[in-house]
Design a binder for this molecule. Structure first.
Ligand code: FE2
Ligand code: FE2
Length: 354
């Protein structure tokens, strides 16, 4: 861990929080701090920023927007919010946070979150600025989308598609492996998952030689595929370990919920609606929500489903280390009858080497 070389800036909305949090960071990082809305902060040059503020206070929001715009190049942008409310978490991500913690935080939580980029053993410089930017932009778009759904506001479809197209460009330029490492290092939870699915789906589409229009369909479908999860409580969504029958049933409502949300929105094609509703269907009819069989499952959906399963397996979650890509591919190969065999064969290259 090279954390002693990291420079961290701390911003808080009260002197009390500053005096509590600063000593937690000071022994491990080069720390500067300021009060929210207070003196001017020097631009750039920080590896991390920790912002502790009450997101419910309306006057904080514009000050926070300004702070985030100054720190958009910091690798870690940790938001410490006052209450663990789902909408506040979404809002923090929409403002540009890479991680969200709840006040009061422990020193351990802060240090682990600031340092976990080092565990991959890959120097941060290796991910291109373009890849990092595309990932941040994608995460922000996802967060805005989820917070819109939760707040009953319209979704910015054009913004989401624009972010997805940036991701597609980044995969074409820098490749899938760079994308996977960057996303797993800097993003968490549902956003990490959706960003991984987008990357895998785009790369799969490119490797199959799909037409540009189909690749576009694929990444848009991937962007929106789990939007229904906005309606599922975090306690279930982020639960480590096995879910009970009731929790599983709740999770399984997300494809139809996503479909219902998007069907009222203009700018979403029928192919994307179909993909959102059916990305958990299997060829043998054992999937959900409609227990479709092979003939009713489109090519876009088949590709998305394989990308989704692979992305879920290789996720980096706080409670489990990421599964190696070859192990994940083995599991996909073992899902006999559920996935299209020629596609699974074609996926090998994406899974293992691209
Ligand atoms: Fe899903
Ligand atoms: Fe998914």
């Amino acid at each position: 861990m090279h954390s002693d070389f990291m420079s961290v800036h701390l911003v808080a909305d009260s002197q009390g929080k500053l005096s509590e949090l600063r000593p937690m960071l000071a022994p491990h990082f080069t720390v500067t701090s300021s009060l929210l809305g207070g003196e001017d902060i020097r631009h750039g040059g920080f590896d991390g920023v920790v912002i502790a503020a009450d997101l419910k206070a309306v006057e904080s929001i514009s000050a926070l927007k300004e702070v985030f715009s100054k720190f958009k190049n910091a690798r870690k942008r940790i938001f410490v919010i006052d209450q663990k409310a789902r909408l506040l978490v979404f809002q923090a991500y929409a403002l540009g946070a890479t991680h969200v913690l709840t006040y009061p935080v422990t020193q351990q939580e802060l240090l682990v979150t600031l340092a976990d980029g080092d565990k991959s053993g890959i120097a941060s410089g290796e991910a291109s600025a373009g890849t990092q930017q595309a990932a941040s932009c994608g995460a922000t778009a996802l967060a805005s989308m989820f917070s819109a759904v939760l707040g009953g506001k319209p979704i910015d479809i054009a913004g989401a598609k624009h972010a997805a197209s940036k991701i597609a460009d980044s995969i074409a330029d820098d490749g899938l492996s760079t994308w996977l490492e960057t996303v797993r290092r800097h993003h968490e939870g549902t956003y990490q998952h959706c960003l991984l699915v987008m990357g895998v789906a785009v790369d799969f589409g490119l490797s199959l030689g799909l037409a540009k229009m189909d690749v576009e369909r694929l990444y848009s479908a991937a962007m929106f595929h789990d939007i229904g999860k906005a309606k599922i409580p975090l306690a279930v969504l982020d639960k480590p370990g096995k879910l009970d029958a009731e929790e599983r049933a709740l999770i399984e409502t997300h494809p139809a919920a996503g479909y219902d949300i998007l069907k009222q929105t203009s700018g979403i094609s029928t192919e994307i609606l179909d993909a959102v509703r059916h990305h958990h269907e299997f060829l043998d009819g054992s999937g959900y929500p409609d227990a479709l069989c092979a003939a009713s499952i489109s090519d876009v959906v088949r590709i998305l489903t394989i990308s989704d399963i692979f992305a879920a397996l290789i996720e980096d979650r706080r409670y489990k280390p990421p599964m190696p890509r070859d192990k994940a591919y083995e599991i996909i190969c073992g899902m006999r009858g559920k996935l299209e065999v020629p596609l699974v064969v074609a996926f090998k290259d994406v899974a293992l080497s691209r």
